[in-house]
Design a protein around this ligand. Structure first.
Ligand code: ASP
Length: 306
């Protein structure tokens, strides 16, 4: 069990807690694949998704995970709720709490929003992405995928490429992968790679070839235009000419290297379509693993509460 009410970030999870989630996810995967019966552990419990930012995978994966565990799954529908009348996040949370809610899954453009909600509600709050801060369940599904493909983390070279500065996925991955013993390299244009991230125990470079050389894992990120004020690089075409990952660049990685991306992918910008379709990509498996990992998190948080 996870001895905590909420799951807010990777930064404050121990290596043992991360491994506990990955091991539990292993048992859930056959359920997602339809090879084992669905569960009813969360029978009578309610999980509400509150997405103040767009999402396909994360919201649907949480919805599927909740249903596969037997929970009642509701969606706030932010666009048609009283949020549009100016209700605060905390007031919305307290209202939902009073209806008898065990889990709230929150995505918000403001860093720290899940922490604020968690302090004010009895329900377990799960961070589904807060601004440029963290996206812990994405990172956990990434760790699970790496664990499944490589059998562990020790001394693996994981290279993360793209809009590092605005990426909550990059931050959560760095926090976790360094704890797990991997060597993380971050690469992208100087305006999108924060040299200060070296303080977290990774290498930061603007040189794509050097970054990809001998990598076990190559993880590309989307350019987060919605978080940029503009002017950080000339245009998307120029970005893709220098930092777009194609088959040529991928040859610098280890022979058995895998390609990851949190999605949505901008085909032809950060990743070239022929590389995605060449057999090195595990992007589709990341999606399946995302459901298994979220089932594991729901179960472990519930066990901690019992
Ligand atoms: N889906 C991820 C996120 O919400 C990555 C992305 O949007 O590019 O952060």
């Amino acid at each position: 069990m996870l001895n905590r009410k909420d799951l807010l970030g990777i930064r404050d999870l121990s290596k043992e807690e991360i491994m506990m989630i990955l091991e539990r996810a292993e048992g859930m995967k056959s359920i997602v694949l339809g090879n084992a019966p669905k569960r009813n552990d969360l029978n009578g419990e309610t999980m509400i998704t509150l997405f103040y930012e767009n999402s396909t995978r994360t919201r649907m994966a949480f919805t599927a995970a909740g249903k596969y565990m037997g929970a009642n799954v509701l969606d706030l529908g932010v666009a048609t709720s009283s949020v549009k009348k100016g209700e605060t996040l905390v007031d919305t949370g307290i209202t939902l709490d009073r209806m008898g809610t065990e889990f709230m899954v929150l995505r918000h453009s403001m860093s720290g929003a899940p922490h604020l909600l968690a302090k004010n509600v009895k329900a377990s709050v799960i961070n589904a992405g807060d601004g440029a801060n963290e996206h812990p369940t994405q990172a956990l599904l990434d760790f699970y995928t790496i664990y499944e493909k490589k059998g562990g983390f020790k001394n693996l070279k994981v290279t993360i490429i793209g809009d590092i500065a605005h990426s909550r996925v990059a931050r959560s991955n760095v926090f976790g992968l360094t704890k797990l013993g991997a060597k993380v390299t971050l690469a992208g244009p100087g305006t999108l790679t924060a040299k200060s991230m070296e303080a977290l125990g990774c290498t930061v470079t603007t040189d794509l070839k050097e970054a990809v050389k001998d990598a076990d894992i190559v993880m590309a990120l989307r350019i987060q235009l919605e978080r940029q004020k503009g002017g950080l690089f000339p245009n998307l075409r120029e970005y893709s000419q220098i930092y777009g990952i194609d088959e040529e660049i991928f040859k610098y990685a280890k022979e058995d290297a895998i390609l990851m991306h949190p999605a949505p992918v901008n085909r032809g910008i950060e990743l070239m379509p022929e590389l995605i379709d060449s057999g090195v990509s595990v992007i589709d498996e990341q999606v399946t693993n995302g459901v298994a990992v979220r089932m594991a998190i729901l179960e472990l948080l519930r066990e901690g509460r019992a």
